[in-house]
Write a protein that binds this ligand. Structure first.
Ligand code: SF4
Length: 689
């Protein structure tokens, strides 16, 4: 290598953005990123990346990074040492625990941080503060999908890998927009369509990019997916197209479930969903004729009052047609953040220890009590939604949140902000002074992925290691080090030298990760959990058995819940979601020059029909009002949306256009995931031109 090349470091990392989990090399010199270099060995993406993975890294060296702890003094924040900040947190949290009880504290974890950090955070909440009030942002997205899968197939994760999706004869995408939200995965589908004539059905309110390419795009009425899916399932039985051998040998509860489908006739489905009988029969026929079918879904399914039930209905359809346990089949809830799967896997959930073991189970709890040498709380804790309500009610007094922009991404944020103001003591740990940090009493500066090492778990349940590229900026610290120092300030005796030791402890305690070790994850190696003691992993689940003690799956009867209605004056339906270039609310991508050049501002998608009726055009300024708040936004007239349905990307400029000023506090009845996708608004025109 030349002298010049000698000074270039090449470090393997895993993308910090979406759940596809692309890995690549970062070529760097001093603190400069020279380029992102994909490698053929990368298990999820090979040589592909999307615009965010390739160009979305400027935030790491942004001048806006937090570099030192801050403590609130009246209305301002003053710089503090780590010792001052952590001592204050220990004093306040132990004080709240003493005075108001252990459940007066709430802990919100980060799906952008590592498995090891999430493991230590739930350990901090459970073992140092004796509360199960710990949760992560899957509460805002895919918890209903996990719950639906736990009911039916017993494991709350994707059944196979991205490769399995590519190998399917038919892919059905429901309420998801992979071209923008999971770009590299969408590329795999597009390629399979060309290479082996894979068929594609997209069910979505919006004619997104994948819908445009689909063999079949259906547009159900908002919030009615459960109905058409159940009608197609009933039709399968009626035609004798169910996989009776599979059902007989591997599935429980078949007869009872079959009876529960009685009401889901094609006529009923047509009336509720607006999808014609012929279209429903066409969908059933395509699934019947394909040897292998995968179903992919995301927030369009889960963020509803019946989000868990619709996810259950999807798993039911796959079971009835025998589409589990072989290549090219299965259920794929597409995980949003890079480590939203891992955050839940490693125990930042109010009802589960790492590996989805229930906290109420005495035997399991004792295993943790022995290992940690403390008594642990027996009852499940509050989830994020319940914690905000408990703050508002005055029961929760202190909160610790890291790597989560809850003040913008929770639903009904005007209400959430009001709750935050009531907290006695609020700790926010982030890489930037976020909107949420404005409500904090102490702000701690954390290190992003490029400044630490650890593992992330992608949507395929694939655990991948990444390595440190830079030293932490200024006085920043990796999140795991901060948790350890705080635990020790509160009287614990933790002495992890590195994230590898944290993973060793998790592997010892959680059977799902028994064989996971840093040694087995070196460089481009990866493991899809569960991983047994010998290191055997399961990229494809259910080949032999489902995740229940008897090894059989369970059909689970569900009924349709009518979507929430805001009232007649709110005459337009507002949908929301991601943009390709910006990630979520945009706190990282908005600090990237190239990305801001491409996609600076969110806009409101309006149909041609509605634009004509209201006499507005692209560029007009409108105000949207819901019962919960107002936003002003500019219009984009497009044929992606139809009739009275609007679409607003969720990335926000500060809070001015934050879509969550409009969303309500209603939620999925089973998991409390907000019903972000069931929103009605009215629209006033402010400027026509
Ligand atoms: Fe990163 Fe997702 Fe893009 Fe891959 S597809 S580069 S994981 S944002």
């Amino acid at each position: 290598a030349s002298m010049r090349e000698d000074r270039i470091d090449r470090t393997k990392t895993v993308c910090t953005y979406c759940g596809v989990g692309c890995s690549f090399e970062v070529w760097s010199k001093d603190r400069d990123i020279l380029k992102i270099q994909p490698q053929p060995d990368a298990p999820a993406n090979g040589i592909s990346t999307c615009v965010k993975g390739k160009f979305g890294w400027d935030f790491v060296n942004s001048e806006e990074r937090l570099t030192t702890p801050l403590i609130r003094k009246d209305d301002t924040f003053v710089e503090a040492t780590w010792d001052e900040a952590l001592s204050l947190i220990a004093e306040k949290f132990l004080g709240i625990k003493e005075q108001h009880g252990v459940d007066a504290l709430g802990f919100v974890a980060s799906s952008k941080c590592t498995n090891e950090e999430n493991y230590l955070f739930q350990k901090l909440a459970r073992s140092v503060f004796q509360t199960n009030n710990v949760d992560n942002c899957s509460r805002y997205c895919q918890t209903p999908a996990s719950a639906g899968l736990m009911r039916t197939v017993g494991i709350g994760g994707d059944s196979g890998t991205i490769k399995d999706i590519a190998n399917a004869e038919l892919v059905v995408v429901v309420g998801a927009n992979p071209s923008e939200s999971h770009p590299v995965l969408a590329t795999r589908i597009k390629r399979a369509n060309k290479l082996h004539d894979q068929k594609l059905i997209v069910a979505d309110l919006r004619k997104n990019e994948l819908a445009e390419r689909a063999d079949y795009h259906i547009h159900p009425n908002p919030g009615t997916d459960l109905v058409w899916i159940s009608a197609v399932t009933k039709y399968m039985f009626d035609q004798g197209w169910d996989d009776s051998e599979f059902l007989k040998g591997r599935v429980n509860n078949v007869e009872e479930y079959k009876q529960s489908l009685e009401k889901f006739t094609l006529e009923y489905a047509e009336e509720i969903t607006g999808i014609s009988k012929d279209q429903l029969i066409e969908i059933a026929t395509m699934i019947h004729e394909a040897k292998t079918t995968c179903i992919l879904w995301a927030m369009g399914v889960t963020q509803h009052i019946g989000g868990t039930d619709t996810s259950t209905a999807i798993a039911n359809l796959l079971l009835v047609t025998g589409n589990f346990g072989k290549e090219g089949t299965g259920a794929y809830p597409l995980r949003g953040h890079n480590n939203v799967q891992g955050a839940s896997d490693f125990g930042t959930m109010p009802n589960y220890f790492p590996g989805y073991e229930p906290v109420e189970n005495d035997e399991i709890r004792q295993r943790y009590e022995e290992a940690w040498q403390v008594e642990l709380p027996k009852e499940p804790g509050l989830n994020n939604h319940q914690v905000v309500e408990a703050i508002d009610d005055g029961q929760v007094k202190g909160m610790y949140l890291f790597g989560e922009e809850m003040a913008l991404v929770d639903s009904n944020i005007n209400y959430v902000h009001g709750a935050f103001e009531k907290l006695d003591f609020f700790v926010v740990q982030d890489i930037f002074f976020s909107k949420t940090a404005q409500f904090a009493d102490v702000v701690l500066p954390a290190a992003p992925s490029l400044e630490k090492e650890g593992t992330f778990t992608n949507t395929e349940r694939r655990i991948q290691r990444f390595y440190k590229v830079f030293d932490p900026l200024g006085n920043c610290k990796p999140d795991w080090e901060i948790f350890q120092e705080l635990a020790n300030k509160c009287g614990a005796d933790w002495h992890y030298e590195s994230p590898a030791e944290v993973m060793d402890e998790a592997a010892k305690l959680a059977p799902a990760f028994a064989g996971v070790s840093y040694k087995r994850l070196e460089e481009w190696e990866s493991l899809c959990w569960p991983v047994d003691e010998n290191g055997k992993d399961y990229p494809l689940l259910y080949e032999e058995s489902f995740g229940f003690p008897d090894g059989k799956a369970r059909l689970f009867a569900v009924d349709w819940s009518e979507p929430y209605e805001a009232g007649e004056e709110y005459d337009l339906h507002l949908n929301n979601g991601r943009l390709l270039e910006q990630f979520h609310e945009g706190n990282m991508t908005r600090k990237s020059e190239g990305i801001m050049h491409k996609a600076p501002n969110p806009w409101l998608e309006v149909s041609h029909e509605l634009a004509e009726e209201r006499d507005i055009k692209t560029g007009s300024l409108v105000r949207l009002t819901s019962p919960y708040g107002k936003v002003k936004v500019r219009v984009l007239v497009t044929d992606r949306v139809k009739g009275n349905e609007l679409y607003l990307p969720m990335n926000a400029i500060e809070e001015i256009q934050a879509v969550n000023k409009l969303t309500s506090s209603y939620h999925d009845k089973d998991t409390h995931t907000p019903n972000y996708k069931e929103m009605q608004v009215k629209m006033d025109v402010l400027e026509k031109d």
